[in-house]
Design a protein around this ligand. Structure first.
Ligand SMILES: Nc1ncnc2c1ncn2[C@@H]1O[C@H](COP(=O)(O)OP(=O)(O)OP(=O)(O)O)[C@@H](O)[C@H]1O
Ligand SMILES: [Mg+2]
Length: 368
């Protein structure tokens, strides 16, 4: 046995989910050879037991193939923070739970939903962060009335902006007014990673993540960077929106993200003068889709002028008009989401990113 033989055998061991081997990654350390017996350390970034097991099995097999005797593989992996719900990779380990708010189609009310659900969770006593992961079209700063506030920088980290009891960060807060972004996929991934790693989030009970529409690089990067506890899909009742929402639910399924439910937005209209509820785009039309994905409509949010003005003026309805019917529906949806997060954690948490999907950068997951 020589170092070269060992290294060449271990170059055949791919890091689980990737097309690159553990030697090329630089994970193999401290090779000890005693006659034909070999021991070495593999210093990996994942703390998932499946990853460690697969590397151990593959390395042992490759070394035996070159006539090694006893093979000892010491896997060195990061310690998981005690309170985290995750078993997989988490580049924001101080955050206990992640809620991904998604839709197939743009303009259906993801950001509005994210803001109001986040505030409702905070009002229920949770420590909540809100990440605007819409790199091209960041709206959250305006919706929270902090569009003019620039974040404080601490060394090479950035402090989140505080609003309505939330911690918030958005590309909109980092860039100059109106500056448009023409970033390629790889940069979107980098931005999402930095939002998780380089923002000084507190110890959060939950980080609500407002996604750009669709199922692309941002969604995949997020799912690969943190264990997403639950996903929430926002849809409107029209058939065209439902078709796209199905893709969003299908993405959760493929990424192994438990579905917290569907918010049917712009579902009916409550007349402000009489309180009578009218059906405009249809109502409850997402029920068959909910059944198909074994989930529930956790709120039907009506079209309400104060939702739009609240968004434009940075005065979220759940905060400024908590006694309204719409606010009550957001609050009840937030309770339902939290109950599901607790249930998932009680059952041992999620491990949806324990083994990273083998997708090259720039390629969208789940595109159909
Ligand atoms: N239930 C509602 N009643 C009235 N207006 C609403 C309602 N929901 C959302 N809006 C308004 O519709 C517009 C689009 O909503 P929002 O920005 O939340 O959608 P989005 O899905 O995040 O869009 P994008 O895909 O562009 O990120 C906003 O002006 C918002 O204030
Ligand atoms: Mg949005």
């Amino acid at each position: 046995m020589t170092n070269e033989i060992v290294n060449s055998a271990l170059s055949k061991v791919m890091y689980p989910g990737f097309t690159k081997d553990i030697v090329t990654f630089g994970f193999v350390k401290d090779i000890q050879i005693d006659g034909i017996d070999v021991s070495f350390t593999v210093d990996i970034t994942s703390s998932a037991p499946e990853v460690a097991q697969q590397i151990t099995d593959d390395a042992t097999r490759e070394l035996k193939a070159v006539s090694a005797g006893k093979v000892v593989v010491n896997i060195k992996s990061p310690q998981m923070p005690k309170e985290s719900s995750s078993k997989g990779k988490n580049i924001a380990p101080q955050v206990k739970n992640f809620l991904m708010v998604s839709s197939g189609k743009g303009g259906v009310g993801k950001s509005t939903t994210s803001v109001n659900i986040a505030i409702a969770l905070a009002q229920q006593g949770k420590k909540v962060g809100l990440l605007d992961a819409d790199i091209y079209g960041p709206n959250i700063p305006r919706m929270l009335g902090v569009a003019d506030i620039k974040p404080e920088v601490n060394g090479n980290k950035v402090l989140p902006i505080k609003a309505y009891g939330l911690e918030m960060m958005s590309m909109g807060s980092l860039m100059e007014d109106g500056q448009s972004l023409m970033w390629r996929g790889a940069m979107i991934m980098k931005a999402i990673e930095q939002f998780l790693r380089d923002i000084l989030w507190s110890e959060l009970d939950v980080l609500v993540i407002d996604m750009p529409p669709g199922t692309g690089d941002a969604q995949l990067t997020l799912a690969q960077s943190v264990p997403v506890t639950v996903g929430l899909t926002v849809t409107t009742p029209q058939a065209v929106s439902l078709d796209d929402s199905r893709r969003s639910l299908d993405m959760f399924k493929k990424l192994n993200i438990p579905i917290a439910g569907i918010i049917e937005n712009m579902s009916g209209f409550i007349a402000p003068d009489t309180g009578v509820e009218y059906d405009i785009f249809g109502k409850g039309t997402s029920q068959p889709m909910a059944d198909e994905f074994d989930t529930k409509i956790i709120a039907e949010i009506p079209i309400e002028p104060s939702i739009r003005t609240g968004g434009d003026e940075g005065k979220p309805i759940v905060f400024v008009d908590p006694s309204s019917e719409t606010s009550k529906r957001y609050v009840s949806a937030a309770q339902s989401i939290w109950a599901q997060i607790e249930k998932i954690n009680a059952e041992g948490g999620v491990d949806n990113n324990a083994i990273q999907p083998n997708t090259p950068p720039g390629v969208s997951a789940c595109s159909t």
